[in-house]
Design a protein around this ligand. Sequence first.
Ligand SMILES: NC(=O)c1ccc[n+]([C@@H]2O[C@H](COP(=O)([O-])OP(=O)(O)OC[C@H]3O[C@@H](n4cnc5c(N)ncnc54)[C@H](OP(=O)(O)O)[C@@H]3O)[C@@H](O)[C@H]2O)c1
Length: 322
Amino acid sequence: MFAVSAVRSDTENPLNALEAGERPGPQPPAGWTTITVRAAALNHHDVWSLRGVGLPADRLPMILGCDAAGTDPDGNEVVVHAVIGDPEAGAGDETLDPRRSLLSERHQGTFAEQVAVPKRNLLPKPAALTFEEAACLPTAYLTAYRMLFEKAGVQPGATILVQGAGGGVATALILIGRAAGYRVWATSRSEAKRDRAVKLGADQAFETGARLPERVDVVMETVGQATWGHSLRSLKPGGRIVVSGATSGEVPPAELNRVFFTQLSIVGSTMGTRDQLGRLMRFCEQTGVRPVIDRVLPLADAAEGFAAMINGTHAGKIVFTP
Ligand SMILES: NC(=O)c1ccc[n+]([C@@H]2O[C@H](COP(=O)([O-])OP(=O)(O)OC[C@H]3O[C@@H](n4cnc5c(N)ncnc54)[C@H](OP(=O)(O)O)[C@@H]3O)[C@@H](O)[C@H]2O)c1
């Protein structure tokens, strides 16, 4: 079958590690099934994989892609939960299973005509969402859902700052946060992306690092090193940073004096559970929120989508159709 894979690691030039071509079709073990992929969404995770982060050489070649929507062998329209893990090993939360992985880390991913997944990982696709929209939910939108509703610890009406407004997770935070009644402020390096953030529902958008009109209750971090100091300075005393990514680097100065003196909390967040993915889909149905898609490309043109993400010229999700 046709698939898009990481065939080597290249830290400096990740596109060098990408290959499109024929790969063996899936052979699902007991308890797994094969999904015909109708749409698959790109995440920064796939760029990290090409750079070798989380994907050691002994697992290559690896078909990339965490997210998919498609049809099961009976023709049912389904969304694939990307977290492969055992809830019992994580006290009811598969993301806390010490052995959990995402599709494309240990098991072949979704950038293919077909993908094998545990039957447990299938949820019915809401009729209201297209395959392309549904494919955006399992990683970026689920991550945003958990950050907002499980980790942020504040009630609607609170002010939330989203760093790096153009990103996939950041866009989801703006859309879901607005629909849930939070006052959402956003930052971006690009004026066009700041304008877009306001159109999507952000109350205000600021240049990256700009002084804010007042301090906020919670900061949502996926950018990391480039915005970390600003995130710490932007919080009210007792405020909280929820961090789920570090695109620009993972070792900013910790500024421990500021953390303890203003009694800040720093909370990590990763993906979400299958049940949360189900609630996220219902949230989309009930509120009318739909994932914002930057572009849809044939899977054969995946390199174009990867290049846009590496250069940061995208805004929203990039989706591939096999
Ligand atoms: N923990 C989890 O479960 C989880 C789930 C999903 C994603 N993630 C992580 O979260 C991060 C974002 O993922 P994504 O898929 O949303 O990626 P993405 O679409 O590529 O977004 C990254 C955003 O970060 C901002 N950014 C990048 N470099 C920057 C810099 N030097 N200075 C300021 N801003 C910068 C950009 O915002 P502007 O262009 O608007 O400035 C960009 O849009 C990745 O690191 C990913 O691995 C983690």
